[in-house]
Design a protein around this ligand. Sequence first.
Ligand SMILES: Nc1ncnc2c1ncn2[C@@H]1O[C@H](COP(=O)(O)OP(=O)(O)OP(=O)(O)O)[C@@H](O)[C@H]1O
Length: 795
Amino acid sequence: MEDDTGERSSFVIGLIENRAKEVGVAAFDLRSASLHLSEYIETSSSYQNTKTLLHFYDPMAIIVPPNKLAPDGMVGVSELVDKFYSSIRKVTMVRGCFDDTKGAVLVKSLAAKEPSALGLDTYYKQYYLCLAAAAATIKWIEAEKGIIITNHSLLVTFNGSFDHMNIDATSVHNLEIIEPLHSTLLGTSNKKRSLFQTLKSTRTAGGTRLLRANLLQPLKDIETIKARLDCLDELMTNEQLFFGLSQALQKFPKETDRVLCNFCFKRKKVTNAVLGGIDNARKSQVVIGNIIILKTALDALPFLSKVLKDANSYLLANIYRSVCANEKYACMRKRIGEVIDEDVVDARVPFVARTQQCFAVKAGIDGFLDLARRSFCDTSQAIHNLANKYREDYKLPNLKIPFNNRHGFYFNIPLKDIQTQGKLPNKFIQVAKHGNSIHCSTLDLASLNARNKSAAKDCYLRTEVCLEALMDAIREDVSVLTLLAEILCLLDMIVNSFAHMISTKPVDRYTRPHFTENGPLAIDAGRHPILESVHTDFVPNNIFLSEASNMVIVMGPNMSGKSTYLQQICLIVILAQIGCYIPARFATLRVVDRVFTRMGTLHNLESNSSTFMTEMKETAFILQNISERSLVVMDELGRATSSSDGFAIAWSCCEQLLSLKPYTIFATHMEKLAEVASIYPNVKILHFNVEVKNNRLDFKFELKDGWRHVPHYGLLLAGVAGLPTSVIETAKNITSRITEKEGKRKELNYEAYEGIQMAYTVAQRLICLKYSTQDEDSIRQALEHLKTTNLQNFR
Ligand SMILES: Nc1ncnc2c1ncn2[C@@H]1O[C@H](COP(=O)(O)OP(=O)(O)OP(=O)(O)O)[C@@H](O)[C@H]1O
């Protein structure tokens, strides 16, 4: 659509990425004066997430930093724009314009929203890339359009990636998704691992990266989640397929995904003028190594095809259709076979790899290359002859001649051989002790090494010239290579991580979660995915949240398992939304768009905030950013200030959350908070069962309905911790007087709201039946039952 200025679109987009493949996007809408900030991890090497965003905004100009080769073979955002959005105006601004600190200051002063709602103080680090993009975008707009944006006028929103669940940095930390809390806090190694570490049995760096990205931003699209779960179902029921796939993946060199994406880049032509530079030789060596890896990967494809031929699940069948049955791969392999020697393989041992690379191209294609190879063979032979000579001359039968890329060939002589000789002859130089042997060289070896290296360099440079036409032909079909790279990463994650983890647990410990659009979040006998392997007797627990009962308040003494339970629910939801089975007997979930947690009580030293201020900033951010589809877990909100203010804050936050309708789990020690449930029927109270035996607390870790007063649990624990008896006795007297008064008030409240409670219970059951997958007869029966029981209750 054209606007008044004749521009097709009113959006200007700033784009920047970092080495960890996180992308920051600032989308400025000139028409509505709004700024949409997004920051996410790019999960695919073809920049699918960024493309979705660019497609959505359809901008008139894209601002990027100068072109720079992205690490790990990814096409940098700048090249992405050149390649796929050449019709859109591209503006390159120097990196200095992408200043995150300036961006934060600008956004704070221009935004119409409260700074607390933006969460910039608390989440500054999480936003830094999109803030950098915002700084450049705003600077360009002001200069280009000759305008100045008025303070507090801009509507600023923050989105992650469109297709993914958002988890803020604090929640990632609280939930121990990537790092366990203890190791970062105390610098100690702890038995407890993070979710990422538990799942990290991927084989390739690409698979590991994808797993990490998925855990940080799980999926939101039910169909994609279901496709992954269907694939897991098939792998769990078809052993042959599972083992076949694991085997097939092992046939691909580990760095395949990185190398395949490298073919997107074209190097400057190797001319005679540049021939000879050592740096060029190294780059040529990389090109040859890449071709060899591509050849090995293409050779592994037929086995993958054989394994996937009869796969039924959509995901695997689709991989078979798009990759295995795609003739382009076979054509490419044939084309490689015309130039590259059939026997060349990808090797890890440095000298074998060097030899493979020197002899990669078939003999007779290039005369100069054949000459360089002869020289390479001669010098290699001369080096081995030299070693033989030293063995005899100096009576060193165990002298070895290893090779590494840095030093070339060197001698390795066991210390005991030298001791029998008395001393190492003076001929040997650069002597260094390594364990039970010494490493050294001689002038002759150094000279031969130099000649050998120079011959290898000539081989590489000539080989690259021979490969030019082949490389161009491959580049024409580079999209099939990026597709293969993505598929290998995905398979690595699903087979080597998800399926592997499930298969190493006892049967039926992990089950497939079910998903509905708007149904309840119900988990039967859920367990903590990490702690269950630390505690052999881990006690499973349930959760049920629905539209009619969207808040659970969990009560219980210290150490009863509240925080673990909150973390467990979030981790189960995350596992389910990355398309993995979950540690529960049964679960049906509603897709969550954001997970918010308020758990830690750490001082935020960086932002110079007290415990209470950090708590309040995080709570403000949550309350202003949640949607009806979010999951919120709050652990002991309000405990860091005076008890009356803390209680008031906890209560009003509960009320606010109830009005916003996300699914909320609220853990608290404040017994008075149980009264929220008497007033609001959509709140359910649960407590962790604890028995008091001989003045000691016996933790059962079982979650039970309702609220239960455990007398003086704080005092019991304080006693165990060593507080004087006199102090504890006085405290007991005070607390029993307070609880007596409270009890009476609660009874009055309960009577007043009993009617509403009952009506809500009926509504809640009706909602469950609405999303039930049972047959019509059972639902009719259940409705009949509901009718009769409730008529009795109302009478
Ligand atoms: N379901 C469970 N089964 C077995 N052990 C558990 C279970 N839940 C928690 N635990 C263990 O109990 C300990 C205390 O749990 P947690 O920290 O969750 O308690 P809490 O109620 O949040 O305590 P506080 O109120 O003092 O923060 C944990 O170290 C955990 O290992």
